[in-house]
Design a binder for this molecule. Structure first.
Ligand code: CP
Length: 294
């Protein structure tokens, strides 16, 4: 039984083995492989989600697990119950694993020490989003064959992005050259020693251009002064996309602010892997759920 709290502390071999196992699930013709039909999983989302929440549920159901869905807005959290008490409550009822998304940074590690069921991080504040980065690595590996030597530029709201952090930690373990590009007030200074901040022009010279969502819900007052100015300075506009190398792929974790960080016409362009990323989320989460409960 194993938790997945983040990729910073996970070894390269462990990550590679999750990617391999996801490829196994991806190859299955049958939708159902009910190997976990005696197991109960709770999806506990204290922050909103579409992709992560539903691809975990899809993954759990394809493995035959019994799924409990918890949404904070419809729970006793609304009466003031804490995240810890909520997780302990579900644990006491007999769940075998918990998938959890929450806002406070550092709380997940504390929770994992206090409960005995494995916990899977579905995104904690701006700290980590390990299954998103795993599906991103999987998508890159699927397209390019191997990760080593790839040049990946992560562009946009780095400061508020758990996706950027989990990708950085994981990609560097595989010998990927990671660069960041962000406006000054969306840079995370503590990450500069791991990957350089470069200009937009330099960032677009890459094998993978990963655009990030401008995370308005995490911003303080005035971080994004004008969506139009942001688009002109840091957006993947049609004009910029036309100048990308033919072999470059475009990624975005979604949800997308169309015509802010990426132009509407580029979202489903031939170089875009955005919906492939979402598709790959299911086998990745099957591998992670299986790893937690076997
Ligand atoms: N990429 C991602 O985490 O999307 P959701 O917030 O919809 O889960």
């Amino acid at each position: 039984e194993r938790s997945l709290l983040g990729l910073k502390e996970l070894s390269r071999d462990e990550i590679a083995s999750i990617l391999d196992r996801a490829a196994h699930w991806d190859r299955q013709q049958e939708k159902m492989s009910p190997i976990l039909n005696k197991h109960f999983v709770a999806n506990m989302f204290f922050e909103n989600s579409t992709r992560t929440r539903f691809s975990f549920e899809m993954a759990e159901k394809r493995l035959g697990a019994q799924v409990l869905n918890f949404a904070a807005a419809a729970s006793s959290v609304e009466k003031g119950e804490s995240i810890y008490d909520t997780v302990r409550t579900l644990e006491s009822m007999g769940i075998d694993a918990g998938v959890i998304r929450l806002k406070p940074i550092g709380l997940l590690a504390e929770l994992a020490k206090k409960v005995s069921v494995p916990l899977i991080n579905a995104g904690d504040g701006n700290n980590e989003h390990p299954t998103q980065a795993l599906l991103d690595l999987y998508t890159m590996k699927q397209h390019f064959g191997e990760l080593k030597g790839l040049r990946v530029s992560i562009i946009g709201d780095i400061l508020h992005s758990r996706v950027a952090r989990s990708n950085l930690w994981a990609l560097q373990k595989f010998g990927v050259d990671v660069k960041f590009c962000a406006p000054a007030n969306m840079q995370a200074p503590e990450l500069a020693k791991y990957a350089p901040y470069v200009s937009m022009e330099e960032a677009l010279q890459a094998d993978v251009v990963m655009m990030l969502r401008v995370q308005l819900e995490r911003h303080g007052e005035g971080v994004l002064k004008s969506a139009d100015t942001y688009r002109v300075q840091y957006g993947l506009t049609e004009e910029r996309a036309a100048k990308l190398n033919a072999g470059t792929i475009i990624m975005h974790p979604a949800p997308i602010n169309r015509n802010v960080e990426i132009d509407d016409a580029i979202v489903e362009s031939p170089q875009s892997k955005i919906f492939t990323q979402m598709q790959n989320g299911v086998p990745i989460r099957m591998a992670v759920i299986e790893r937690a409960m076997k």
